[in-house]
Design a protein around this ligand. Structure first.
Ligand code: HAM
Length: 421
């Protein structure tokens, strides 16, 4: 029979990799908690309109990459391609703003984008991210970027990443700038790629994203967004930079960083890593002061970021910073089936004391069980053989220093309580 395989662009996370996932996830929970952020989990599919109205109809994500289908009642549903929109929907729906003027949220979850799969780019992938609602002040940028920085530091990737920041100004400044870009590029229309010609009509800012050589050389003389900042935009960005410097978080200003989602205002940022190749963004985010209102809520400012977890793990692997799976404390060997019940009983008691205990389920020989204990890197071995069963004892062996002794079964917990190494 033909074997059924996973769908292109989707990946199983196999047991050999789960220690890395657990470690990354626990770092995320740990750092976010230290900053007072609380976890939010939203459904994997949403009303398609949510993404139209937030990410934007003309973005690559919404126009090309969404998994969308009609439900039986005719509603258009979409597998979430990102999480900011879902979190904002939930924030409005549950009136989270009324519980506290500052809402600090974080999430971990899977996302779906029908992109061309390549290194660091999948059709189902995972992100962790944060969203902070309520503050329009630049210290909120400082806090959000510091969270990303701490997570990157804690997984050992600080030297492998660069922080790029930019300000795309408030929406008023941006519409004047977009017009200036249109005026600048219109005489050069034939030099623009088909994609950029379309972008020029719908979202000229995205042309700044280009990798096309001819467009890049045109861009050198194009108007710069910084020339269009209002005083408020300029002061805000200066404060963000000052706060980052004060926290000793190095950054590069990239005036062409615009990000591919429509909801951003003012500060945008990315942490990139050269180890990722062409998909070099490890983490991206920015401020979105109009989004809550656009989706039907009050005019509440917001800012956040999201990071590709597979990309994090790729860089961790490439730099040999992987986490080792936890080895068992005890491998419990039983070589007589009459002893199985005793083994299960004692192992259960020891587990309540926090020990990681593995025992054989295939009734293998003593030699084979010892081999398994060594292979798994167990620290200690407990042996229940015929003699031990008869004498109601257990043989203990420390695999690190070779020490051995017989212990009375009823004293086993006490023995481990007093064990020094
Ligand atoms: P984004 O830049 O679309 O932003 O995605 C954030 C991160 O998700 C990227 O930097 C990348 O690491 C990862 N990523 C994106 N697409 C893929 C893919 N196909 N395969 C693997 N990893 C991928 C957002 O999603 C915004 N919601 C971020 C945000 C939160 N802005 C404000 N708050």
């Amino acid at each position: 029979m033909k074997q059924i395989r996973s769908i292109k662009g989707t990946h199983d996370i196999l047991p050999k990799d789960s220690a890395n996932w657990h470690q990354l996830e626990s770092t995320i929970h740990d750092v976010c908690t230290k900053f007072g952020y609380k976890e939010i989990r939203t459904p994997i599919f949403e009303d398609t309109n949510l993404f139209f109205r937030s990410v934007g109809e003309d973005t690559d994500i919404v126009s090309k990459e969404m998994y969308t289908w009609k439900d039986k009642n005719g509603t258009s549903l979409t597998l979430r391609p990102e999480l900011t929109a879902s979190v904002v929907r939930s924030y409005i729906q549950h009136n989270l703003g009324s519980q506290s003027p500052l809402q600090r949220l974080y999430y971990i979850g899977s996302l779906f984008r029908r992109e061309r799969p390549q290194k660091g780019r999948q059709r189902q992938f995972h992100q962790f991210g944060i969203e902070a609602f309520g503050s329009k002040y630049p210290e909120q940028e400082a806090e959000v970027i510091a969270i990303a920085w701490h997570i990157i530091l804690q997984v050992g990737l600080l030297k492998k990443t660069k922080l790029q920041i930019n300000s795309i100004g408030s929406s008023e400044c941006r519409s004047t700038y977009q017009q200036a870009l249109k005026d600048f590029f219109s005489p050069h229309l034939t030099k623009l790629s088909e994609v950029s010609q379309k972008r020029l009509i719908k979202n000229p800012l995205r042309i700044l994203d280009t990798k096309n050589e001819e467009e890049l050389s045109l861009l050198k003389n194009a108007p710069k967004i910084s020339e269009y900042y209002s005083k408020e935009d300029k002061d805000h960005f200066e404060e963000v930079k000052r706060f980052l410097k004060n926290m000793d978080i190095p950054f590069i200003i990239n005036p062409t960083l615009v990000r591919g989602l429509d909801y951003y205002t003012k500060t945008v940022f990315e942490f990139t890593s050269e180890d990722l190749g062409s998909q070099n963004a490890l983490l991206g985010g920015g401020r979105y002061d109009g989004l809550v209102e656009n989706l039907g809520g009050k005019p509440i400012p917001g800012i956040g970021f999201a990071a590709g977890m597979e990309r994090f793990l790729l860089v961790i692997k490439e730099n040999k910073l992987e986490f080792k799976p936890q080895s068992p404390d005890i491998y419990f060997i039983c070589i007589d089936k009459a002893g199985i019940a005793t083994l299960l009983n004692i192992a259960n008691k020891l587990r309540t004391k926090g020990y990681i205990i593995i025992s054989d389920m295939l009734r293998k020989s003593m030699k084979a069980q010892f081999k398994d204990a060594n292979k798994l890197g167990a620290r200690y071995v407990l042996i229940l053989g015929e003699d031990e069963l008869k004498n109601r004892t257990i043989r203990f062996k420390n695999l690190t220093n070779g020490n051995q002794e017989n212990i009375k079964q009823e004293n086993i917990i006490e023995f481990f309580n007093n064990l020094k190494n």
